[in-house]
Ligand binder design. Structure first.
Ligand code: SDX
Length: 438
């Protein structure tokens, strides 16, 4: 990956900041597209002041070439290509190559990459015994965090982050093995034997086979379902500096090995405000149950005193329709049609809820639209996955984005260990008082 010329971002403009009569000129940079940024990296040294931005709503943490989101337009680009075009025309492995390398692969490049991924899908046999240490009712995401973190114990020869070859090997191992680990977590949780990967199957096809094949009979993956799964992986592959990607970058900034960084990303993605929303959205639709109960839940979502939120709605960046939700809704209808599921009551509830929410002034005023998690739960349930596997599938796909972002961060000369500061509002200095006197 080329280290880019960062001088191209200079605008010559500055933001003028005045503090206590002292003025500071802060450089303004421009990207290829999107908001410009104000470089505050020298602000503390110059002014003794920190910036304050809990939740990082106005903070750019890095200069990245990978993914661009225009929240107002509802636009998502991977290396400049629209998500709709990639989902309609590309494959997940092609998208993985694009995210990792910056360009769509030639046929020769794609064959080399996909063969490498295909031939690294098996995990060390000892990992069978590792997964058996979990209770059978362990949440598959708990197994994913543990198993991926444990990979650094099995693959010592690709943990030196300063070695380009080892970074490439670790990146390909991660992308190749994450479906195998996800399928192992699923099989273990349902008490079925692990199904090994097969080199004659494509990426999504192999994953579906590892999840749904059983030794007792032949299993043939439905090609329409495999294509839908592959498309779902494309939609989830990367998404700029979201919470879990920022977690991977922060972990990586300390020099931690790539497997530990991806495990940290999986842990963060698990939260219901983030990747856990697909499981939470489906559980919400099941709890609502019927269309006539929707107003009751919309009222709860609008009630400031009620912590309930409509899962699958709203987004930190999208203040328009999440473009992935549109593609996901199409994939949802394709899957339901292929599987002959005509009247899924949850789909009826989802579509009616979407219609009501999009016309409700609270949601309109706050620009709360369905996000990728709104329709994914219905689709994944129709594919045969339990809701506890939904975030596992999100993590499977997002591993490619995390790996691409991690590689960019490790090679970025501007990146140092991430170490935010704080506004301290605690106790002033005071002396210890002996227990006998307290
Ligand atoms: C993902 O960042 C990414 O890119 C994430 C992701 C990715 O691909 O990596 O896109 C994946 O995480 C998608 C989001 C999945 N989460 C959910 O669907 C959970 C429900 N959504 C909310 O929790 C919320 O919308 C967030 C967490 C997604 C965004 O939170 P923000 O940006 O911090 O917005 P906010 O919580 O400040 O909300 C702004 C206002 C608030 O009201 P006020 O305090 O201004 O009066 O909108 C309200 C919120 O109460 N609000 C909602 C709501 N989401 C926001 N009210 C009801 N239902 C909701 N879903």
């Amino acid at each position: 990956m080329m280290t880019k010329d960062k001088s191209a971002r200079a605008t010559g403009d500055t933001a003028k900041l005045e503090i206590d009569g002292q003025s500071y000129d802060l450089p303004i940079y421009k990207g290829a597209v999107g908001p410009r940024v104000i470089d505050v990296s020298k602000l503390y040294a110059q002014s003794g002041h920190f910036t304050f931005d809990p939740g990082f709503t106005s903070t750019a943490s890095c200069d990245s070439d990978i993914t661009y989101i225009d929240g107002d337009k509802g636009e998502l680009l991977y290396r400049g290509y629209g998500i709709e075009q990639l989902a309609a025309n590309g494959s997940f492995l092609e998208t993985a190559y694009l995210l990792l390398n910056g360009e769509l692969p030639s046929s020769k490049e794609f064959d080399e990459f996909s063969n490498a991924i295909t031939n690294h899908t098996m995990v060390h046999e000892q990992m069978q015994y590792f997964v058996r240490g979990f209770r059978r009712d362990a949440h598959p995401m708990a197994i994913m965090v543990g198993m991926v973190g444990a990979m650094s114990a099995f693959y010592h020869d690709s943990t030196d982050i300063n070695d380009a070859h080892q970074r490439m090997v670790a990146s390909r191992r991660m992308i190749a093995k994450i479906p195998t680990i996800a399928a192992m977590a699923y099989k273990y949780s349902i008490g079925q034997p692990v199904v090994y990967p097969r080199n004659d199957l494509g990426y999504a096809e192999n994953f579906l086979n590892m999840c749904f094949a059983v030794p007792a009979e032949e299993y043939h993956v439905n090609p329409v379902i495999a294509r839908a799964m592959d498309k779902i992986f494309i939609l989830h592959a990367d998404h700029e500096q979201n919470a879990s990607t920022s977690t991977v970058r922060l972990a990586g900034s300390s020099g931690a090995n790539p497997f530990a960084c991806i495990a940290a990303g999986i842990a963060c993605l698990w939260g219901p405000a983030h990747g856990g929303a697909n499981e939470a959205a489906l559980n919400m639709l099941q709890e609502i149950g019927t269309v006539d109960r929707i107003p009751e839940y919309v009222a709860k979502a609008k009630d400031k005193n009620d912590p309930f939120r409509l899962m699958g709605f709203g987004h930190r960046v999208y203040k328009n329709y999440d473009p992935r939700a549109t593609v996901m809704q199409q994939a949802c209808h394709e899957v339901l049609q292929e599987l002959g599921i005509k009247d899924d009551p949850m789909l009826d509830v989802a579509m009616e809820l979407e219609k009501i929410a999009l016309n409700d002034e609270y949601f309109v005023e706050k620009k709360l639209y369905p996000n990728i998690d709104f329709y994914s739960g219905i689709t994944l349930k129709a594919l045969g996955f339990p809701s506890t596997m939904f975030t596992v599938l999100f993590a499977l796909a997002r591993t490619t984005g995390w790996v691409a972002q991690w590689n960019e961060m490790v090679q970025d000369p501007e990146q140092r260990i991430g170490r935010p500061r704080q506004l301290y509002s605690g106790a002033a200095p005071r002396d210890y008082v002996n227990l006998a006197k307290r």
